[in-house]
Design a binder for this molecule. Structure first.
Ligand code: NAP
Length: 352
């Protein structure tokens, strides 16, 4: 059975080249953890080492998390690892082949990590999985104001829908992968680890990952980039159409690390529904137009001041339980958006 350990020697972080993962890596290193980070290739590992020089960071190459036994070698070879944060999972909307591109890596990847821990790393006492608000949300109820989503809510999406409708594949992958995680814990009495999931909605924040082309930045920050500079950005568009929940990437990173420092075991078995509140692209435009005068005339204005007009027409949320567990203040939307735009603007070609 699970035995509590709060002093983790070394943390395994999967998918460390990703947007949220590199912030999580930064949080782990700044809190004094040793980290073994998995990435798909040597150059991706080299980037991380150059970003965090002279820190206790080791790289392991796992080219494809959906391959059978993908994590076995990493866990067999390193008995110092006592906690795992599994973040690797494809986050994009596929044009074809939903099973191979999205569902298999998400679900089999989750199965692979817990099986490897179970078989080869009995010293691991904590596994945190990056799930999503997608596992909580029922899309058919998004415009029903009487619906309240909370840590108890589950998306009703099925495997079949996820395969048949490519717009649903990503959401299905997150729900089915999270189910797989809890099922594994519930069905194996002899696991030594406790589990926690982090279920964020849209995650925004500065780009510190390697970005080869600003047009292909990570899916959630692309909402900001596309609102400002995207081909479909135009003056007469309704920028409140997408009104949803958001959270800052550094808060999500910390939410993955706090369960490792959990002296009272209060994070065990919990789903952390991390959100700072609602946003819409109109709110992004209002901030960008006010704080970045150099963008005047280069980005849309929309209808200033209407950014949260739809909030009383869509779902409500209740994440009190998560907030009590985390016990920190979420970052403010304006600060996050300003810092994210600043990091996007470092790609100077945008302003030309
Ligand atoms: P991201 O930048 O695209 O990161 C995804 C990571 O997963 C990358 O490191 C990627 O490696 C890796 N990966 C994907 N498929 C893989 C495979 N088959 N084998 C090995 N590695 C693979 O996206 P992110 O936004 O940081 O997402 C990180 C996690 O947060 C994901 O689990 C995502 O579902 C979850 N999440 C994100 C948001 C959000 O708004 N950003 C919200 C809720 C949940 P490469 O870089 O080499 O492709």
């Amino acid at each position: 059975m699970f035995t509590k350990t709060t002093t983790h020697k070394k943390v395994l972080l999967t998918g460390a080249s990703g947007f949220i993962a590199i912030h999580t890596l930064q949080t782990l290193l700044s809190r004094g953890y040793k980290v073994k980070a998995t990435v798909r290739s040597i150059p991706k590992g080299d980037y991380l080492v150059s970003k965090f020089p002279n820190l206790p960071l080791e790289i392991a190459i796992v080219p494809d998390i959906s391959e059978p036994n993908a994590f076995d070698t990493v866990l067999k070879e390193d008995s110092e690892i006592t906690a795992v944060i599994h973040m690797a999972s494809p986050f994009f909307h596929p044009q074809s082949d939903p099973e191979t591109q999205i569902l298999k890596p998400a679900i089999q990847g989750t199965r692979n990590i817990v099986q490897a821990v179970h078989r080869f790393a009995p010293q691991v006492t904590k596994v945190v999985i990056t799930s999503s608000f997608a596992s909580i949300l029922d899309v058919d109820k998004m415009n029903d104001h009487s619906t309240v989503f909370s840590e108890e809510s589950w998306s009703p999406i099925t495997w079949q829908e996820s395969v048949e409708d490519l717009s649903k594949t990503y959401r299905g992958s997150k729900k089915l992968a999270e189910k797989e995680f809890w099922k594994f814990i519930n069905e194996n009495d002899d696991v030594n680890f406790s589990g926690t999931t982090v279920n964020p909605p849209f995650v925004f924040g500065p780009l510190i990952q390697q970005v080869s082309d600003i047009k292909s930045i990570n899916t959630s920050n692309a909402v900001i980039y596309n609102t400002l500079f995207g081909e479909n950005s135009k003056e007469d568009k309704d920028y409140t159409e997408l009104t949803h929940l958001w959270v800052d990437v550094r808060d999500v990173a910390l939410a993955h690390v706090l369960p490792l420092e959990d002296e009272e075991s209060k994070f065990n078995g919990q789903r952390l529904f991390t959100t700072a509140g609602y946003f819409s692209p109109q709110l992004i435009l209002d901030i960008a137009n006010e704080k970045f005068p150099e963008l005047k005339g280069k980005i849309p204005v929309g209808k200033p001041g209407t950014g949260l007009d739809r909030v009383d027409k869509i779902y409500q949320y209740d994440n009190k339980k998560t907030n009590e567990l985390l016990n920190f203040e979420y970052r403010k939307f304006e600060d996050t958006i300003v810092e994210t735009i600043q990091s996007i603007l470092e790609f100077k070609e945008i302003l030309n």
